[in-house]
Design a protein around this ligand. Structure first.
Ligand code: BG6
Length: 493
């Protein structure tokens, strides 16, 4: 049995804690994955919040878990592990002392300090953890994005937390890495010889990585309007996915080797400055539209503001300048209020070198590997076959489907559960190294600078669509098209 641990969630009453962290811990408990003796502490800002925390957590579980997952019996047991504590993060008072006393009752346990708070107070929180002598050799710090606003602010945050925790004890979360299919992408690449041999510029025409969301601002207008889609989604999630597609095989599946390979990819990204930015990026912002017949407001209306240049959509053409990926474009795209919620990686292989069938047998479709992370997790490979229902020689694409919920009956993915349990077990292979954060920002910063310098304004797109026309043009100009969550609509170039 794994060792029991203590986890302290700073910002226990916040959105991330209630929406993701407490449900993840509940699932781990229900699935028998929380070692007996594990304790969960959540920091609250007022005595009322402490008093009402269990009710609030129960409500959150009912709201954010699937209906069949919540059970009164499991909750009755789970809540005995959950203790909320009054704590003002900005003030070192005796509440910190109380936390220390409780934790010191089981001083040898692994301690996870999960900072579910704004990065502006990461530093002070770590300082107080240190001054209250809460940091033991078995303590780990877990932090979430946004890790900075650009390379220098990210560096400042990382330097600040490094004064209290060494790099080995810092776990930087990108929740996309906790998704099971993302790990399956690595398994697929590094355990199957067929892909190992074909994973390069010789066989791959291009790669698409697309995360489309149907939601809008979700009450985060202040943060989002400052950040925009490039900082919110590309700097982290999309670049991480790109790294996993593009990296070389690590010598071993451990964090050091994986992180080293990812850093090499980030450093091989072709820098974009000046005119390259205009040629290779498209920014968008949604205006009023509709989704499944419901009218949706535009970004400015949601923001309640008459002007904003923030992009709610971005598409980019990216190159990884190394031998393996020479001349292979990686198209990245993400946006809010799009036509469907979908996160997909498409590996588009090249056409066969020579056609042996008569034209009458029908057109050939090049092989395509589709790794879908959302809404369902699946991997599909499109291949050409003979139509078996006719005696004629008729060629037709067919799909090999690896749908995890069919193959693995107990498959139940929760990225946060996986990441918290990994942190407890000192497995940092799905977390991000400081140098990854820095390299990603160093590539992103010049793009934002170029947009700002040229006064680039986002192209408008109707809510409930696939983004602005210019995004289609980005690919159409090279005879390609977005796959749009399986919609096979080709855009003419
Ligand atoms: C977060 C972004 O990191 O990821 C949000 O800040 C976005 O804007 C979210 O909605 C998407 O995550 P998921 O797992 O729902 O695709």
């Amino acid at each position: 049995m794994k060792e029991a641990f203590d986890i302290v969630i700073f910002g226990g009453g916040g959105d991330l804690a209630l929406r993701k962290l407490v449900p993840a811990l509940y699932r781990a408990f229900r699935d028998g994955q929380l070692p007996a003796g594990t304790r969960i502490f959540t920091s609250c800002r007022s005595a009322e919040e402490v008093a009402g925390y269990h009710d609030k957590a129960a409500l959150a579980l009912q709201q954010y878990l699937r209906p069949e997952e919540f059970s009164v019996e499991v909750w009755a047991e789970f809540q005995t592990l959950l203790q909320s504590l009054l704590l003002d993060i900005s003030k070192l008072d005796n509440h910190w002392q109380s936390l220390r006393e409780i934790m010191d009752q089981e001083a040898d346990k692994t301690r996870i300090f999960y900072l579910s708070i704004p990065p502006t107070i990461f530093g002070v929180c770590c300082k107080h953890l240190s001054e209250a002598q809460l940091i033991t050799p078995k303590s780990r710090l877990v932090v979430e994005k946004p890790l900075g606003y650009n390379a220098s602010s990210a560096e400042a945050i990382n330097t600040e937390i490094a004064s209290y925790f060494d790099e080995k004890s810092i776990y930087r979360v990108d929740h996309y890495l906790g998704k099971e299919t993302v790990q399956n992408l690595m398994a697929l690449r590094f355990t199957n010889i067929i892909f190992g041999q074909m994973w390069d510029a010789k066989y791959i025409d291009h790669v698409q990585i697309s995360i489309s969301e149907t939601v809008g601002l979700e009450g985060r207008s202040g943060f989002y309007n400052e950040a925009g889609a490039l900082r919110d989604m590309v700097q982290n999630h999309l670049l991480q996915l790109l790294c996993l597609v593009a990296m070389e095989s690590p010598n071993k599946m451990n964090s050091k080797n994986i992180q080293e390979e990812k850093i090499k990819v980030l450093q091989a990204l072709r820098p974009m400055t000046g005119d390259d930015v205009a040629k290779n990026t498209v920014r968008g912002q949604y205006v009023a539209g509709s989704y499944h017949g419901d009218l949706l407001p535009g970004y400015l209306e949601e923001l309640n503001c008459s002007e904003s240049k923030t992009e709610t959509f971005v598409a980019l053409r990216v190159h990884v300048d190394n031998w393996r990926w020479a001349q292979v474009p990686f198209y990245l795209r993400t946006g809010k209020r799009m036509k469907a919620r979908c996160a997909e990686i498409i590996i588009q292989f090249k056409d066969v070198a020579h056609r042996v069938y008569e034209d009458a047998a029908g057109p050939l479709t090049a092989n395509r590997l589709v790794i879908r992370l959302q809404p369902e997790e699946s991997i599909q490979l499109t291949m050409m076959t003979k139509n078996m229902e006719t005696m004629e020689m008729e060629l037709q694409p067919a799909t090999l489907n690896l749908n995890f919920s069919d193959t693995y009956k107990r498959f139940n993915s929760d990225a946060y559960k996986r990441l918290i349990l990994d942190a407890a077990e000192d497995n940092s292979s799905l977390f991000i190294h400081r140098d990854e954060v820095t390299s990603a920002w160093q590539w992103i910063d010049p793009i934002i600078e170029a947009w700002e310098k040229t006064g680039d304004t986002p192209h408008l797109y109707r809510a409930g669509t696939w983004g602005p026309d210019e995004s289609d043009q980005l690919l159409a100009s090279e005879g390609r098209y977005w796959f749009n969550a399986g919609e096979e609509k080709k855009i003419e170039s």
